[in-house]
Ligand binder design. Structure first.
Ligand SMILES: Cc1cc2nc3c(=O)[nH]c(=O)nc-3n(C[C@H](O)[C@H](O)[C@H](O)COP(=O)(O)O)c2cc1C
Length: 377
């Protein structure tokens, strides 16, 4: 790697027990390439290891389902529920560690926007509100979402426990941490969102109540896992099915949400949206990352994501106060983005059709034979 002494992107960063070589990580991306029963594959091991070899200092896995009830969102999504799941992920974590990076498992309950779950014939959510938008064709879905069944207050205990159990399984499988998925319209995000959450118990209504369940899940996971195991949380306003959605209380909601998640023990808050450089609300004002930096405590790192594939945009995010950035689509088109940028090269633009159509599964061209050989070295 070329010398880059003054580049903020290439400064190291430390969680308590997990050291990162630079500030650029891989964003979580669902690729629906697991076996029918949710086991990670050797192809997935090669796929993830490729980003570690390309210089990404940490990887966040695709969203992984947490129970055999309502959490699975997509067919061929991987899980962290059974011993077979744990064993299957070990080949992935080993390959990534061998290539020199830590990897965090993103734990996801799909909630009302589940569109492929062999374990249930209905969906659940905070309230019986039909999600706007349509199922994703990239993952084999079509048409409207069903109206979910409203979760009973007592069911939330079981869901919280399934996140804890999945986090323990992640640790057993060799992951260095977990990221709770409270972004993009899935269950924990539905609790945060006033349109999806119309509950009248202590988990709905004002923003203090709406953040309660995600914060309780975080606190429970943090309490049950060893100290050095990283526990982060991902937060967005936008949903995969509604990129216009914004919190009604604007900055006041952001203050409550980020401070509650930070106080619940988040080692990092990973904010995301289509374009991280734009104001969180309206035409002017702070970005979502600015608000996370302002309202989370010193013990919580901020990870910024969304449209940061231009190296100067990524640098700007770090210079504005985020600790780390992650790249999604730019990583797919440039699995060695950090190495390229360190060498002064320009990353390639993202080619959606080439990489993600007709389906978002991992293509053989993404894990060529050369990678197999280098893994075996
Ligand atoms: C194919 C694909 C799958 C994705 N799956 C997930 C996911 O499982 N969990 C998640 O939090 N975000 C997911 N995302 C969103 C990305 O993590 C990221 O937030 C988004 O692509 C914007 O960042 P970018 O501009 O760097 O691509 C996905 C994005 C893509 C393109």
């Amino acid at each position: 790697m070329a010398e880059t002494p003054d580049d903020v992107l290439f400064e190291s960063f430390d969680f308590d027990d997990v050291s990162l070589d630079n500030r650029v990580g891989l964003a979580p991306m669902t690729r629906t390439s697991a076996t029918d029963d949710g086991r990670a594959t050797e192809q997935m091991a090669r796929y993830y290891a490729k980003f570690a070899r390309g210089g990404f200092s940490f990887l966040v896995s695709e969203g992984v389902y947490t129970d055999h009830e309502y959490s699975q969102g997509y067919l061929n999504q991987p899980g962290l529920v059974t011993e077979d799941h744990v064993e299957s992920w070990q080949q992935v974590t080993d390959a990534v560690h061998e290539a020199g990076a830590p990897i965090f498992a993103q734990l996801m309950h799909a909630g009302a926007i589940s569109q492929g779950n062999p374990h249930a014939d209905e969906t659940v959510g905070p309230s019986a509100v039909q999600p706007v938008g349509e199922k994703s064709g990239l993952y084999g879905g079509e048409g409207e979402f069903e109206t979910p069944r409203e979760l009973l207050t007592k069911e939330l205990v079981g869901i919280r426990q399934s996140f804890v159990a999945a986090a323990r399984n992640a640790e057993e499988a060799g992951f260095d941490g977990v990221e709770l998925h409270a972004a993009n319209g899935y269950l924990l995000n539905e609790f945060l969102a006033a349109d999806a959450n119309q509950r009248d118990d202590e988990y709905g209504g004002d923003v203090e109540n709406r953040v309660r369940f995600p914060a309780e899940v975080l606190e429970a996971v943090d309490a049950e896992l060893p100290d050095g195991f990283v526990v982060g949380v991902r937060v967005s306003q936008e949903k995969v099915n509604d990129d216009e959605y914004r919190w009604p209380g604007e900055e006041g909601d952001a203050e409550v949400i980020f401070s509650a998640l930070s106080e619940a023990g988040a080692d990092y808050i990973h904010v995301t949206g289509t374009d991280a450089t734009t104001p969180a609300f309206g035409d002017t004002g702070p970005t979502l990352a600015d608000l996370a930096v302002e309202y989370s405590g010193d013990e919580t790192a901020v990870v910024d994501n969304g449209g940061l594939g231009d190296p100067d945009a990524a640098r700007q995010a770090i210079e504005s106060g985020s600790d780390l950035v992650t790249l999604g689509t730019s990583a797919l088109s440039n699995p060695d983005w950090p190495k390229q940028v360190a060498a002064g090269e320009d990353p390639d633009p993202f080619d959606f059709e080439e990489i993600l159509l007709p389906k978002a599964t991992i293509g053989d061209h993404e894990v060529p034979d050369a990678d197999v050989a280098s893994l075996d070295d």
